[in-house]
Write a protein that binds this ligand. Structure first.
Ligand code: SF4
Length: 96
């Protein structure tokens, strides 16, 4: 099994079309720099990394940030969720 560092380094070389798009945010995201966009499938894997930040929307068609990360531990959880997302649906370049 690949370790998380390896996932993260692979994430850095994803082509632009696999990077999250802040103009296509799932509407339920709370305001802030972290968001999920509409390319979420939803495959669930990010929920294992950051259950304190992410959850399904009402009809379980997408995942969204119900809370922005606060502190190093939650920042790390968000980074891990972003690194493991297979569709590149998680971004952190949203509004501050
Ligand atoms: S890992 Fe990505 S595609 Fe899967 S549920 Fe989370 S945001 Fe959606």
């Amino acid at each position: 099994m690949k370790d998380k560092k390896q996932f993260r380094s692979e994430r850095l070389v994803l082509p632009d079309e696999l990077m999250a798009d802040k103009t296509q945010k799932v509407p339920e995201n709370v305001p802030g720099k972290w968001y999920v966009d509409d390319t979420c499938t939803p495959c669930h894997v990010c929920l294992d990394e950051a259950p304190q930040l992410l959850k399904y929307n009402e009809d379980e068609t997408k995942v969204y940030f119900f809370k922005q990360p606060e502190g190093a531990e939650e920042d790390d959880a968000a980074e891990r969720a972003m690194a493991i997302c297979p569709t590149g649906a998680i971004g952190k370049d949203g509004d501050e």
